[in-house]
Ligand binder design. Structure first.
Ligand SMILES: [Zn+2]
Length: 228
């Protein structure tokens, strides 16, 4: 199989999103191209990286970023924690990517049946605080549980969607750098939910009746045309 090299890494949020979604479609279809994984590319990117997307995703072992988006070396800047919980080091990593590496897209990636969300719900229900640092993960998910309760959402995957949304809001609230980059149009933040069995991602804030996707851009959302 011929593996086409990406001519130029995407430089706009919309291009980056299109590239990611195209890779996920190849993965779902069982026809991955495994781009940028050969020895020549490995050598080419040794002197510098220009990843086109930052992934803030759950650590779940089935959520391997380069595999599910069919990408290779130097393409994705990946930050993963259980339940995509966001602390100072995560924020610093995101800020490094969007400022130093000029990465145009931040993706918050959750998934169905998320164990961290389930564990938080169980702990919240019983009132038992998990021991050690596990408590920090659970504690970071609890605000999403509260919001789900207020909105009458009870199923685990609905709660995951809310938690993805909550994580986006946290990133934009806590990181002045990211917020400014989004307002300036240099970067966008999107939320996706991954289905473990099907292998496909779903835009949490996608426009369902349209080819277009809505990029979450702080208070004012904007729409980016697909296929650009
Ligand atoms: Zn998870």
């Amino acid at each position: 199989m011929t593996v086409p090299a990406m001519q130029q890494p995407p430089t706009s949020p919309a291009q980056a999103l299109d590239e990611l979604l195209a890779g996920n479609r190849r993965f779902v279809a069982g026809s991955p191209l495994h781009p940028n994984q050969d020895a020549g590319h490995r050598t080419a990117v040794a002197d510098g990286q220009h990843p086109f997307a930052v992934l803030v995703g759950c650590s779940d072992s089935r959520l391997a970023a380069e595999i599910i988006f069919d990408r290779g070396l130097g393409d994705l800047f990946v930050v993963r924690t259980a339940g995509h919980t966001v602390g100072a080091e995560v924020l610093g990593s995101v800020e490094y990517a969007i400022t130093v590496l000029e990465t145009p897209l931040v993706v918050v990636l959750g998934h169905d049946s998320c164990g961290a969300v389930q564990a938080a719900r169980e702990a919240d229900g019983t009132g038992a605080t998990p021991s050690g640092y596990l408590g920090a993960v659970v504690g970071a998910v609890v605000p999403s549980l509260r919001r789900a309760a207020r909105e009458g959402v009870d199923d685990i995957d609905g709660i995951v969607d809310i938690h993805i949304d909550h994580t986006i809001e946290l990133l934009l609230e806590r990181s002045v750098t990211l917020n400014r980059a989004v307002r300036d149009g240099r970067c966008a933040v999107v939320g996706m939910s991954y289905r473990l069995a099907a292998g496909e991602v779903r835009m949490v804030r996608a426009m369902p009746a349209s080819e277009d996707v809505t990029l979450v851009a702080g208070p004012a959302a904007f729409t980016a045309p697909s296929g650009s």
